[in-house]
Design a protein around this ligand. Structure first.
Ligand code: NAD
Length: 283
């Protein structure tokens, strides 16, 4: 049974998943490479929960209880007693593989190791460990506290018990799990990213302006945000990594990242997290 959940990575997604798990009643160990960053995550979590209390969405006692269940650390060894560890670090396969190797060494026997990767082959991480059958994908969406879907990704090696335990975890977090085979992009990103990439193409070739592309998809399809605003929310570096992984797997030209997207990432224009992307967030 899953009681203690480790989260590795203190970015947008790691923070969101930590909030979801703590509110659902799990003990959470947050691991970042630097203690200050791990502690900053807890401070940000406190701020987010305080906002929810102010809006009447959470009781003060629930906030205190959730915070009391969270521990911040820079030491990987502190994940030793976790029943489930979810890695949510940079979307880079060699980095993730090295982390799975380390997690396999420090985590107790029987612990499930999961990745929040958006596109990378989960099997590549599973085979880095001596517990292939206890590795799977658990793909949350951004922002994790608000989005109801979790894709449970089943690599060829995963045991049914692993998939069932992670599904149960997602449900207890108040999410709707769907199961998907280990193919780049899973369900949502395989369908979503050709659309986002083609929005960049339209902007790049002058078909329409940024504002008109976004307004068109909001007004014409009833989407809550336009594709360029959504790319800024996801992060342009993460989006580029997703497209590159999709292209590597399928060689479909719709997945070939637009030059403008690549140039913006090189320029450090990563979207909301850097203050500038297709939109300006510095003010
Ligand atoms: N952004 C999204 O919309 C979204 C949605 C679902 C899943 N994901 C996935 O979640 C994961 C994290 O994405 P994010 O959006 O939170 O990214 P982010 O850029 O906000 O955070 C990345 C984290 O990785 C850490 N990191 C960077 N280099 C590292 C290294 N060499 N070793 C260890 N840690 C390192 C950073 O310190 C940071 O804490 C990725 O696998 C991404 O594909 C992202």
């Amino acid at each position: 049974m899953i009681e203690t959940v480790g989260i590795v990575g203190s970015g947008i997604m790691g923070s969101g998943i930590a909030e979801v798990a703590a509110k659902a009643g799990y003990s959470v160990v947050l691991r970042s490479r630097r203690q200050e960053t791990a502690e900053a995550m807890v401070a940000a979590l406190e701020k987010s929960l305080t906002k929810q209390v102010e809006r009447g969405k959470l009781a003060e006692e629930e906030k205190a209880a959730a915070l009391g269940r969270v521990r911040a650390t820079e030491r990987l060894d502190d994940l030793a007693d976790c029943d489930l560890v979810i890695e949510s670090i940079i979307e880079d396969l060699p980095t993730k593989k090295a982390l799975f190797n380390d997690l396999d060494r420090v985590c107790k026997d029987g612990a499930i190791l999961a990745t929040n990767t958006s596109t990378l082959p989960v099997i590549e991480m599973a085979v880095e460990t001596g517990r292939h059958h206890q590795v799977c994908g658990v793909h949350f969406f951004n922002p994790a506290p608000a989005m109801s879907l979790v894709e449970i990704v089943r690599p060829l090696t995963a045991a049914d018990e692993t998939i069932d335990a992670v599904k149960e975890f997602a449900e207890k977090c108040g999410k709707t799990p769907v199961e998907v085979a280990d193919r780049a992009g899973f369900i949502v990103n395989a369908l979503l990213f050709p659309y986002l990439n083609n929005a960049v193409r339209m902007l790049e070739n002058g078909t329409a302006s940024r504002d008109d592309i976004d307004a068109a998809m909001k007004g014409g399809c009833n989407f809550p945000m336009g594709p360029l605003a959504l790319l800024d929310l996801v992060g342009l570096d993460t989006s580029l990594a997703i497209l590159d992984a999709l292209y590597d797997e399928f060689r479909d030209p719709n997945y070939a990242a637009m030059p403008l997207l690549r140039r913006m990432v090189t320029a450090g224009q990563l979207g909301r997290k850097s203050g500038k992307g297709f939109y300006d967030y510095s003010r």
